[in-house]
Design a protein around this ligand. Structure first.
Ligand code: NAP
Length: 297
């Protein structure tokens, strides 16, 4: 698997990372799939306190050289108060069985808590060696600038946002270009449109028409299109080794210009709303997963 620099961190990351939200209930299979990824060139794993999968990641990584891995987790917005950020991070470290995170991300913006307070805690975590770099997720362009301005010592390394062949809102909002110009990596979540890609027969046909030329499946072509975008690290989720194997093999595809141009036209035909659009406001999403009390057992 090729690697590329994760911008400001100067770390070489596999061009494809591994997502871990809503893994199947078969933990052994999940662990096997993640280990398969690690054995086949992936060094970047994304999790979050909200996913309840940090324990799965811990099992998968325990026999690997920690220094070679890039482990990213996230703090949920209800924990954006100074003490809560520190506590949430320590909880993630314990669940992951690691002394530090390579990237710690604010999962969603939270207008109810002053971003300066949250960023002060994030900077403290870097200074204390508990995290190596600071990321954000689901932040708009202006929210991202506010988060950066709230920091005094460090810079934002990445913004994790929804981005796929059928959902390219970040290009229209200017976020994509701003991140590229300012060396803020884009971590593309739901790169298979949270599985919605597979429910669209016509889109599947179009992806297959390109896939046939390269001997690849539709999912692999959709991932490959993202891998051809600048500054972008897709993190598909695969609960089993078969899907993981396919996803990893998408990194071998070199699309020609004509096919890239065809694939770039698909969003217009099959635009798919971001998965978060179902919630009226970002606050709804936050409350929907106000999980600490319900989900920690
Ligand atoms: N920051 C955020 O707010 C946020 C939000 C959403 C997601 N994320 C991150 O992004 C990651 C990926 O996004 P996602 O989980 O929403 O969706 P996704 O990766 O776009 O799609 C996952 C779906 O595609 C299936 N799949 C994977 N590889 C496949 C293949 N080769 N062929 C056929 N089906 C395949 C998976 O099935 P199986 O599970 O059965 O393998 C699952 O149903 C998450 O796990 C999480 O780490 C972050």
């Amino acid at each position: 698997m090729e690697t590329k620099e994760f911008n400001k961190t100067k770390r070489q990351l596999s061009v494809l990372g591994v997502g871990t939200w809503e893994l199947s209930s078969d933990i052994n299979e999940n662990v096997k799939a993640i280990k398969y990824a690690l054995d086949n060139g992936i060094n970047f794993i994304d999790t979050a306190e909200m996913y309840n999968t940090e324990n799965v990641v811990a099992q998968a990584i325990k026999d690997y050289d920690r220094e070679k891995l890039f482990i990213a987790s996230k703090v949920w917005p209800t924990h954006f108060g100074y003490d809560d950020v520190i506590k949430a991070c320590e909880g993630s470290l314990e669940k992951l069985g690691t002394k530090y995170l390579d990237l710690y991300q604010l999962h969603w913006p939270n207008k109810a808590i002053d971003i300066k307070e949250t960023m002060r805690a994030m900077e403290k975590l870097v200074s204390d060696g508990k995290i190596k770099s600071i990321g954000i997720s689901n932040f708009s362009l202006s929210e991202m600038k506010d988060a950066q301005n709230a920091m005094s010592k460090y810079e934002i390394a990445s913004n994790q946002v929804e981005y796929s062949i059928v959902t390219r809102d970040i290009e229209k909002s200017g976020l994509f270009d701003y991140c590229r110009e300012n060396s803020i990596a884009i971590i593309a979540y739901s790169p298979l449109s949270h599985g919605k890609l597979f429910g669209n027969a016509k889109l599947m046909e179009d992806l297959l028409s390109i896939g046939k030329k390269y001997g690849k499946q539709p999912a692999q072509i959709a991932l490959s299109w993202l891998l051809h975008r600048d500054n972008t690290f897709p993190i598909p989720k695969a609960s089993n080794t078969e899907h993981m194997k396919e996803d990893i093999a998408s990194a071998d595809i070199k699309l020609n210009d004509e096919d890239i141009s065809f694939l770039s036209g698909l969003e217009e035909k099959y635009y798919t709303e971001p998965i978060s659009k179902g919630h009226k406001k970002k606050e709804d999403t936050i409350n929907r997963y106000n999980f600490r009390e319900e989900k920690t057992d």
